[in-house]
Design a protein around this ligand. Structure first.
Ligand SMILES: [Zn+2]
Length: 107
């Protein structure tokens, strides 16, 4: 039976694992290492555990408060921030900084 709460993807960047659980006001703890996990959103696509580079990119997104809460945010992040299939971390950070400047100029 499905719960009435929204399901989302909680990521543990230490274990490089993601768990589908309901949203929570407080950070859920990783079932494996007990560290606080990050709610990356319902549309987060967790990389494979061995894809260390991709997990590093996802950690950068998390640190800059990017989340995959909607299909639109997924498309935005993919098209504007990641762009390539295997983007370099430096390029991703550069594009995030550029997006920040664009947003500031809108004000
Ligand atoms: Zn963990």
């Amino acid at each position: 039976m499905k719960e009435n709460h929204h399901s989302t993807h909680w990521a543990c960047f230490d274990c490089r694992k993601s768990f589908a659980k309901t949203e929570s006001e407080t950070a859920r703890k990783c079932p494996e290492c007990a560290r606080a996990m990050t709610d990356m959103g319902a549309f987060f696509e967790p990389p494979r555990k061995l894809n260390v580079k991709r997990w590093a990119i996802m950690k950068i997104l998390a640190d800059y408060d990017y989340r995959f809460n909607t299909k639109d945010s997924f498309i935005y992040i993919q098209n504007r921030i990641l762009q390539a299939k295997n983007p370099r971390a430096a390029d991703v950070i550069e594009r995030i900084e550029l997006e920040k400047q664009l947003k500031q100029n809108d004000d």
